[in-house]
Design a protein. Structure first.
Length: 125
């Protein structure tokens, strides 16, 4: 066995291993950037103002499914909004506050929903 030849071969293998690691790191970085662009495409950018009424999405309702029950909870009042879309809410009826992700909140326009006449209503009349 030639020790000099074995040493050179070992250094060559270590350099190749380092190149493989850098290549894998670069591929992981490209994959993360691509995934982030794809995820950011589906983010809804809503602006909430202080004192505005909003609805809160109830994600636990699917455990007890009901056909006609809405997953959006009663109106809440916006107390503060952070730059990272965290919204502090207060229930209209109580004084407790809590923080939620801005993706779980949507604008509440208020008022009653007007029922439009359908063709079935015209037949019954």
């Amino acid at each position: 066995m030639d020790m000099d030849l074995a040493g050179e071969k070992r250094l060559l293998q270590l350099n190749e291993l380092d190149e493989f690691r850098l290549h894998a790191y670069e591929n992981a970085k490209l994959y993360k950037e691509k995934t982030k662009r794809w995820d950011d495409k589906y983010i809804q950018h809503c602006k909430f103002e202080l004192g505005q009424e909003v609805l809160l999405f109830n994600s636990r309702l699917k455990l007890f499914p009901r056909k006609l029950k809405s997953r959006w909870a009663d109106p809440f009042v916006v107390l503060s909004v952070t730059p990272h879309r965290t919204v502090e809410l207060r229930d209209i009826n109580s004084s407790g506050t809590f923080l939620v992700n801005g993706q779980r909140v949507r604008h509440y326009w208020g008022g009653d929903i007007k029922r439009h006449k359908t063709s079935l209503d015209l037949v019954d009349a």
